[in-house]
Design a protein around this ligand. Structure first.
Ligand code: GLN
Length: 488
């Protein structure tokens, strides 16, 4: 169950292990730890065994499959035909997907085995998984802490050896932040790189699917399979995918790494500040040149995102009205039926976003809020373009703190602040990832909690980004220094 995706695929292709053996080991781990961790909303033991059997038959027939037998956790906002797809919401609690998302289908065609549908913040809105209406997920490094979000179930599953690869979606940080909290690599590709077909929409101009993994190499392997044009998603980009898994590097010679002046790290406290300083020095030791870059708009990221994302969500979630999808609560007339369905089906954070978004789009306020936010968004793209004239990659914290305790961020604003470092890249559509960079001891705790270094690249710079992250990971090996005690 602890094998890497690369090693599983190698062994299964070579006939050293069957996909069925690997699958049984991981399903057994799920049975042992998941009642405690709650990474999965739906376990797919039967489907997993059938899929593994099919993979073994294909291998016996002489096929080579890049992800042969690799167990995957699928975030529960991605459709997988015939399985429950809930988005962590009461609205879709009983909804069974009639088709399979393209990104999921590509992994399965390549030999991956789906072992479960993973918990998430309701409709991907949140940074801790606490907004799930259907279950609580715990952090495998400290069961009293959150796994991050919104892809927290996928992150916990991979960290706890309940899958080798997790599929996440990232709108403002939902792959990178849980990866940082769970000592994983979490990779958000360029907007449009991976098809969104079959991903239940939150904010369509920002949503992007990507992998969570225990190493850069594993993330690159999964990314190579899921990326590429899909005729079913008009925003997916028709541009050849530069393979990443075969282009990984072990040094950073000739790479200019930008450190964003406005980001600073001093506000994060001395321990976290020195952790990131050390990380930047490690990049330098590998041959990188550090340069200061400016991102004058940095402090407007949250304000911009928290108008655009709710605006798009208020439109996307209008379809959940009791008529076609999921929950229906009857009323005297159709209006009362809509009202009751939405009142009972959505949780408080989703309602808050719909309210904010509807307000920002309403006539009279549209120009003041929505249009202004769109203009600010354009400035993020321009700022990054200027910054990337001076550097090849940008390094920063992935999150401002390690995983926090349950209920520690009960006011929405402090939860939104968790996205400070990840949102600018989302607004500009850039590829970005989080890679483990060490541990800090949270106040009053004796358990060291992992932290993540965020690296971002220019549009479509995925291969260079993963190559650099691999060099850093191989030289530092931070993830290996602690075990996820809660999963053992
Ligand atoms: N935490 C952010 C939010 O709540 C980002 C979520 C995401 O990327 N899906 O919107």
């Amino acid at each position: 169950m602890e094998l890497s995706a690369v090693e599983i695929a190698r062994r299964v292709n070579a006939g050293e292990n069957s996909a069925r053996e690997v699958t049984d080991a991981v399903l057994a781990q799920i049975d042992v730890v998941d009642d405690r961790l709650g990474a999965y909303l739906t376990r797919l033991h039967d489907l997993a065994r059938v899929s593994a059997g099919r993979v073994d038959a294909r291998i016996r027939a002489g096929e080579h499959l890049p992800l042969a037998g690799v167990p995957v956790a699928v975030k529960d906002n991605m459709c997988l035909a015939g399985t429950r797809t809930t988005c962590g919401s009461k609205m879709l609690e009983g909804w069974v997907a009639p088709y399979t998302a393209t990104a999921v289908a590509r992994l399965l065609d390549a030999g991956a085995v789906p072992v479960g549908k993973a918990n998430m913040d309701e409709f991907a809105m949140g940074s801790s998984c606490e907004n799930s209406a259907l279950g609580q997920t715990r952090n495998p490094y400290d069961l009293e802490r959150v796994p991050g979000g919104s892809s927290g179930g996928s992150a916990a599953a991979v960290a706890a050896y309940e899958a080798a690869i997790g599929m996440g979606s990232d709108t403002g940080g939902s792959i990178r932040e849980p990866a940082a909290f769970c000592n994983l690599v979490g990779f958000k590709p360029t907007y449009g790189r991976v098809s969104r077909y079959g991903l239940i929409a939150f904010a369509s101009s920002l949503d992007q699917i990507g992998p969570l993994a225990r190493s850069v190499e594993d993330a690159a392997l999964a990314y190579d399979v899921m990326a590429g044009k899909d005729p079913m998603d008009s925003t997916s980009v028709d541009r050849p995918v530069e393979p990443a898994a075969t282009a990984l590097r072990s040094d950073l010679r000739g790479v200019r790494v930008g450190i964003v002046k406005e980001f600073g790290t001093q506000g994060l406290g001395p321990e976290i500040d020195s952790l990131y300083r050390r990380a930047y020095l490690d990049l330098e030791k590998l041959g990188a040149t550090l340069v200061d870059v400016e991102l004058p708009t940095a402090d407007y990221g949250l304000a911009t995102y928290y108008l655009i994302a709710p605006a798009e969500c208020s439109s996307n979630l209008a379809r959940f009205d009791g008529v076609r999808y999921g929950l229906r609560v009857d009323g005297e007339d159709v209006g009362r039926m809509y009202e009751r369905t939405r009142a009972e089906g959505f949780g408080p954070e989703v309602k808050r976003r719909i309210l904010i978004g509807t307000y920002a789009l309403s006539s009279g306020y549209y120009d003041a809020y929505y249009v202004k936010a769109q203009k600010a968004r354009t400035m993020f793209g321009a700022d990054f373009k200027r910054a990337f004239e001076r550097c090849d990659l940008i390094a920063s914290p992935a999150a401002s703190s390690p995983a926090f305790a349950f209920h520690a961020k009960s006011d929405p604003y402090s939860m939104y602040m968790m996205d400070y470092y990840t949102i600018p890249m989302s607004l500009a559509g850039l590829p970005a990832l989080s890679v483990p960079c060490g541990y800090v001891l949270p106040e009053g705790s004796s358990r060291p909690m992992p932290m993540g270094l965020q690296l971002a690249a220019p549009l479509f710079g995925e291969a260079q980004l993963l190559a650099a992250a691999n060099a850093y990971e191989c030289a530092t090996q931070h993830a290996r220094q602690q075990r996820p005690e809660g999963a053992l």
